[in-house]
Ligand binder design. Structure first.
Ligand code: SP5
Ligand code: ZN
Length: 341
């Protein structure tokens, strides 16, 4: 299987508010390096760098004003004399009257984010573009006839909505990839999200559309981040009604229950008859993950890959979460090896 990877991801590294204190983010550069090392160890296949794309290739999944905000945030932040990472501190929570985009960067940071989980530093935008470009390059390779491609994206993307950052995410790589498939003539694209956390951003982007089916298996939002989306009764709206499937599972879920949910997800995707499949591949479902609460074990990921292959659809794997650095390469690449058979 072909892997698309850019070392530019290293330009981004952030902080995180954890238990009320600031510390290094769980979403760190070593994550992608570990996955890349595993790709090489097992001899998965060729590794190529992404080509470059235009900002307009991110629009569709996102709004133009959001992409502009991301591109300019660091320079607007430092223009105020600050040198630390840019973080939001105030949000337009329900009930506040204004829907205007503020003019000052501190207001913009809150307007275009769902949480303080996506800090911006000097290299963030370049890294974020390289991550999205890896997904876009993956789509372009898929359309030239490959069965499966792996976009080794970092930073991840599935919490980023049409107009907001969140949960370590900035551009929604999987959504940008799905949108490109549609632009290139696909009639129906399915996105299967198996990261531990609900892919709220991808859901947000495609909620009112029937040409992209979104299916997510994740920790129950009653007790798991992102808390405010991911319930089973969120089924889409308007044209998109019936094209959004959430399969929340309790804390402590192990492979037997996860596999049953993946079986249901697969049945829905098979009925949809997708022309292409995008997999948001998070491996924070692992038993040892430091921020998540499922109990999958390393061999389980082989089975997951095998089940995804059974759908028989050209598939782009897009790297999302997974924070146990020692095992993330093993687990992510196991999905790909299971797919290859
Ligand atoms: C892409 C992705 O996986 N993003 C995840 C973002 C999660 N951010 C907040 C997590 C808070 C978890 N707190 C659990 C405390 C465990 N001691
Ligand atoms: Zn996650």
């Amino acid at each position: 299987m072909l892997t698309v990877y850019s070392s530019d991801h290293r330009l981004h590294h952030g902080v995180e508010l954890k238990d009320g204190a600031i510390s290094a983010s769980f979403e760190k550069p070593e994550r992608a390096e570990t996955v890349l090392a595993r790709v090489k160890t097992v001899g998965l296949g060729d590794i190529i760098a992404p080509r470059s794309y235009e900002h307009s290739d991110y629009v569709g999944a996102h709004s133009e004003r959001y992409v502009e905000f991301l591109a300019n945030a660091w320079s607007e932040w430092t223009a105020t004399g600050r040198t630390s990472q840019a973080l939001p501190l105030v949000w337009p929570i329900r009930g506040l009257p204004s829907t205007e985009v503020p003019q000052f960067i501190d207001g913009k940071l809150g307007f275009f984010s769902m949480d303080a989980g996506s800090p911006i530093n000097e290299g963030t935008w370049e890294a974020v573009c390289s991550s999205a470009n890896s997904a876009l390059t993956g789509v372009d390779r898929l359309s030239s006839g490959m069965r499966g491609v792996f976009a080794l994206c970092r930073p991840p993307g599935h919490h980023a909505g049409r107009e907001y950052t969140g949960g370590y995410c900035y551009l929604n790589n999987a959504a940008i990839a799905a949108q490109r498939c549609i632009q290139q003539g696909a009639k129906r694209v399915a996105v299967l999200d198996i990261d531990f956390h609900h892919g709220n951003g991808t859901q947000d982007i495609f909620y009112d559309r029937s040409d992209v089916l979104f299916v997510s298996i994740h920790g129950d939002p009653a007790v798991c981040y992102p808390y405010f989306s991911g319930h089973a009764d969120e089924r889409g709206m308007g044209q998109g009604e019936g094209f959004n499937l959430n399969l929340p599972l309790p804390k402590g879920t192990a492979m037997a229950e996860f596999e049953a949910a993946l079986f249901d997800a697969s049945a829905t995707i098979a009925r949809y008859k997708a022309d292409a499949l995008i997999v948001s591949l998070g491996v924070d479902t692992f038993e040892g993950d430091p921020i998540s609460h499922f109990r999958l074990r390393s061999p389980d990921y082989l089975r997951i890959g095998e089940m995804i292959e059974g759908l028989g659809v050209p598939t782009l794997f897009v790297m999302e979460g997974g924070y146990m650095v020692d095992e993330i390469g093993l687990n992510a690449v196991n999905v790909l090896l299971g797919f290859e058979g």
